[in-house]
Design a protein around this ligand. Structure first.
Ligand code: NDP
Length: 329
């Protein structure tokens, strides 16, 4: 038997509740690889899945946790053997499939990535889906021509998970990074990660009044979406790109097409869930190389399985700073 955070749904009221329980290996879903989980983390989607489900969870009882890192215990797939260190993000694990909020997880071999040289399982979850996605966003901006000489790069939702990792990576790569935050008290934290300018959320909160504003940003990693993304599009420099990662501020996009037509601005969609294997390996290798581990450590807030119901509620309110690392053992 081992520990897992199990979410159950009351058949009469339809309400869900989450609690740490003992379950057995035979309870786990089918899969080729059994992993002894070391660490998991807390993402916005985890907040939804630990709580009411947000339409993401198909069946109850459910074990959430959209990402984890650990050590292979059993494998019927030739690519993995006992003792291999692995990381998993995406593929709807923790939503449609049981996830990482347990001491063991059984998953498809195709969903795993070998841990890159230079990262341990705790660091891999300090990065987690948020940091992995931040790396994908930076790679997409680079693939569209962004270099440090082009000018300042904006990171929205900067004190959150995606934003914190994006800020640290961009600063390490030599970019001038402006971080947008609604929490002025995080200024020292963001400057410690390498941000050179702090932009107050209110400055970008208003909806678009003029389709084009002063050309300010050479690139942007956007975790917020909504009205803020619309404003940022109108502030991009000629030919600049925005990597659209998240919707912490809303799923709508009250924008005009003018920045695309008159300034050749690019809006790049970033999806971490169905990302092909080769690009996953490329992104994890880049993380091991381009994310300073001391900066990563400064983002970490440690937690246990028992803390997850509260942390799930906190992240839905935008109240988690940096990256939570959940020690499931
Ligand atoms: P966090 O909650 O850690 O960070 C989000 C940050 O956005 C907050 O910390 C806050 O930053 C800011 N924010 C929150 N609410 C608002 C608001 N109403 N208006 C403006 N800013 C706001 O989440 P993550 O960093 O883990 O994820 C960020 C987003 O990216 C989420 O929407 C998530 O679902 C999405 N995501 C998408 C992925 C993909 O594959 N495309 C993968 C991973 C995440 P501050 O306090 O600094 O203002």
């Amino acid at each position: 038997m081992f520990k897992a955070l199990v979410v159950e749904k009351d058949a009469e009221t339809g309400k869900t509740s989450a609690a740490v329980k003992q379950i057995g290996v035979e309870d786990l879903p089918a899969g080729e690889v059994l992993v002894a989980v070391d660490y998991s983390t807390v993402n916005y989607k985890d907040g939804l899945c630990v709580g009411p489900g947000g339409g993401l969870v198909r069946n109850y009882p459910h074990v959430p946790g959209i990402d984890f890192a650990g050590v292979v215990e059993e494998s019927s797939d030739a690519r993995y053997k006992p003792g291999d260190k692995v990381v998993l993000t995406g593929w709807r694990v923790g939503e449609a499939h049981w996830g990482g909020y347990a001491q063991k997880a059984r998953v498809k071999a195709d969903w795993l990535v070998p841990l890159p040289e230079g990262l341990d399982t705790r660091q891999a979850m300090a990065v987690g889906t948020a940091g992995f996605t931040a790396m994908l966003a930076v790679m997409a901006l680079e693939d569209h021509g962004l270099t440090p000489e082009k000018g300042e790069v904006l990171v929205t939702g900067a004190a959150g998970g995606v934003g914190s990792v994006a800020t640290a990576i961009l600063a390490k790569l030599g970019y001038q990074v402006a971080g947008v935050t609604g929490r002025p008290e995080t200024e020292d934290y963001l400057k410690g990660l390498g941000a050179t300018r702090i932009v107050a959320r209110e400055e970008l909160a208003e909806t678009v009044k003029r389709p084009l504003e002063a050309e300010t940003w050479a690139g942007c990693v956007d975790a917020v979406g909504g009205a803020m993304l619309a404003r940022v599009l109108g502030q991009m420099k000629y030919g600049g790109s925005v990597a659209a990662v998240g919707l912490a501020g809303g799923a709508g996009l009250p924008a005009t097409v003018v920045p695309f037509l008159l300034r050749g601005v690019n809006l790049l969609g970033i999806d971490s869930v169905m990302q092909p294997y080769d690009n996953r390996v490329r992104a994890w290798a880049r993380i091991a190389r381009d994310l300073p581990m001391d900066k990563l450590e400064a983002m970490v807030q440690p937690a246990t399985l028992e803390d997850l119901p509260q942390l799930g509620a906190d992240i839905l309110k935008g109240q988690v700073k940096g990256r939570v690392v959940v020690d499931v053992n």
